[in-house]
Design a protein. Structure first.
Length: 601
């Protein structure tokens, strides 16, 4: 395509009559024979063309009679584009990483992947984006690294009683308190210092995007030497080899956190802009921002309605002007497909023409089932991402206040707005006015998000069903590392003990937490009310589940070891592992295992 674009451009500026496809094909065959070897085509490297091959291509285009490319600017631009080309191996690697293989069902979808992935990677490696990603990755990675190192050290101490250095001096013992104190360290500040040091020494995006990992390690080791000394001083109970810390820095740089969610988001945005440009070229007057807003809302709403009705295809027949039969099923369809609507019919048709909804006769569907599923995930993500600006202590405070007797009524959200933020309620911030105002603002923001949530399908629909399985996967990929979103989901679970209107959203939240494999052990879930959901495989070891109410919940494979479960009300549970006591008809006062652990008597 790059070579053809150059030929097309040269034809235009030389004012030739028309493109000669046959002559271009002959030119292309010559270029392949002279400049592209079989090794280039089959290469397993990430870039298929080496600088030597690119120079040969440039030389060929300059000398070829048909193209005769003389512009230095055009040659330089071509060189840059050829350097950015991806090999088949790189596409395979990225598709595997982002789990896109299921999309390669048609040449059309393959073409989409080829277009979108490089653009997506380019945006992900922009310096501003890369900095944000590093500052998100490194604090978590370095914290996990030191926690793991401390725990390994504690295990070694317990096993050997003491550790002896090469100089036979006894090292300071690591205690449980030392491990707990790791949570008090400001890892984000450490990440900022490391990034600033790299920036000062010109470790820029071009370097760690295209250089070998070993080269990056070598340069980082040299420029971060002083910072690594300070880092080890901060963790004085244990000395870590600098090479291992550098490995954590590299991992934080290379981990771009790209998911299939990001791919779909990038693809849909690109597609919308391309289609809007086509419509404008045809003379359509389109206000881009407003049109983009409407097309996303239109597509999202259609995806949600179709999923609620458990369908991936809609049959819609336009009716006549004079005689129309009103059918219940067609009422919701008219909102999306009635092109005869005098007010918005034509506009809806324009929206569909730029959307990923295809029409075959009277049949309407998204171009791929995964697009429909992504719209549902993106819609819920847009809601949950609002919680990233909130604070965990605000969640805890709200639950504490609402748990007090007579502190809420049926419309507790409105009550909370008026009562929770009163001066006498916020006791632990009363000493500092600025802190008090900030805390009140956090409470108001939290309550506003809850109001928005109360109008969403997440509030009333069971999102744990098979219908939403793929949508949950896209969403979980995107939020599984978002600590504040995870805390917000826990907050929604706890709200079920306060207000029954939050039971479904709290149940959906618990389902997401379990499927994300969030550590829920030792949590206080006393009095929570869960229904119409699945928590298959959930680990609730050592949790307080007393006074909890579970209704129509799938609890297959859950771990309840050490859990407190006094006065629970669990009804209509879905479970395959039901056990019975054969031979007993009365109350069981005690049980014993057989010596081999196989029989309970």
């Amino acid at each position: 395509m790059l070579i053809f674009e150059i030929y097309e451009w040269q034809t235009q500026i030389s004012k030739k009559v028309a493109l000669d496809i046959n002559m271009f094909e002959n030119c292309w065959k010559s270029l392949q024979q002279q400049c592209l070897t079989l090794d280039v085509i089959k290469t397993k490297s990430e870039t298929p063309l080496k600088l030597k091959e690119i120079e040969n291509i440039q030389s060929f285009l300059m000398q070829d009679e048909l193209i005769s490319l003389k512009s230095n600017e055009a040659l330089r631009s071509l060189s840059l584009k050829l350097q950015k080309l991806w090999s088949v191996e790189k596409y395979k690697k990225m598709m595997e990483q982002i789990n896109l293989h299921k999309l390669v069902e048609t040449p059309y979808m393959m073409e989409i992947i080829v277009q979108v992935l490089p653009e997506m990677m380019m945006k992900a490696t922009e310096i501003i984006k890369l900095k944000l990603t590093f500052l998100e990755n490194f604090p978590n990675m370095i914290k996990e690294f030191y926690q793991s190192s401390y725990q390994i050290k504690m295990y070694q101490q317990q096993k050997k009683k003491y550790i002896v250095h090469e100089n036979n001096e006894k090292e300071s013992e690591v205690t449980v308190t030392d491990v707990e104190n790791l949570n008090k360290i400001n890892y984000y500040e450490i990440a900022v210092q490391v990034w600033n040091k790299m920036e000062e020494n010109s470790v820029n995006i071009q370097f760690f995007s295209f250089q070998e990992r070993n080269d990056l390690k070598s340069k980082l080791f040299r420029i971060l030497d002083h910072n690594l000394e300070q880092l080890n001083n901060a963790f004085e109970k244990i000395i870590i080899q600098k090479e291992r810390i550098i490995e954590v820095v590299c991992n934080a740089l290379y981990e771009l956190n790209l998911t299939s969610f990001d791919f779909y988001d990038e693809f849909i945005n690109q597609y919308h802009y391309q289609q809007i440009d086509k419509q404008r070229n045809l003379g359509k007057q389109i206000q881009i921002d407003r049109f983009l807003h409407d097309i996303k809302k239109y597509s999202t709403k259609l995806a949600k309605v179709m999923s609620t009705k458990q369908t991936t295809q809609v049959q819609y027949q336009q009716q006549g002007f004079l005689y129309q039969e009103k059918k219940e099923e067609q009422e919701w369809q008219n909102e999306f497909f009635d092109d005869d609507d005098h007010q918005f019919g034509s506009y809806k048709k324009d929206l569909r023409s730029c959307s990923l909804i295809q029409q075959k006769g009277v049949s309407f569907q998204f171009v791929h089932k995964s697009i429909q599923e992504f719209y549902i995930a993106a819609d819920l993500h847009a809601l949950l991402v609002l919680s990233k600006d909130l604070k965990k202590q605000t969640f805890n405070w709200i639950i504490e206040q609402l748990s007090k007797e007579n502190n809420y009524d049926e419309n507790w959200l409105e009550y909370s707005s008026n009562q929770m933020i009163q001066e006498n309620q916020i006791k632990f911030h009363s000493s500092v006015r600025q802190q008090k105002d900030a805390f009140k603002k956090d409470i108001e923001s939290t309550l506003n998000i809850l109001r928005i949530l109360s109008k969403h399908e997440f509030f009333v629909e069971n999102y744990s069903t098979e219908t939403y399985a793929e949508a949950r996967k896209y969403l979980i990929e995107k939020i599984k590392k978002e600590t504040l979103i995870i805390e917000f989901l826990k907050f929604l679970v706890n709200l079920t003990k306060i207000d029954e209107s939050f039971i479904q959203s709290g149940s959906n939240s618990l389902n997401l937490l379990v499927e994300m494999q969030v550590d829920l052990t030792s949590h206080n879930f006393e009095k929570i009310r869960i229904k119409n959901t699945s928590i298959i495989g959930g680990n609730f070891a050592n949790c307080n589940l007393s006074l909890s109410e579970f209704t129509d919940v799938n609890i297959n494979g859950i771990n309840l070891n050490g859990a407190f479960m006094f006065w629970c009300k669990w009804n209509n549970l879905k479970i395959n592992d039901l056990h019975s006591l054969d031979g007993h008809s009365k109350m069981v006062n005690s049980v014993n295992f057989s010596p081999d652990g196989a029989i309970l008597a």
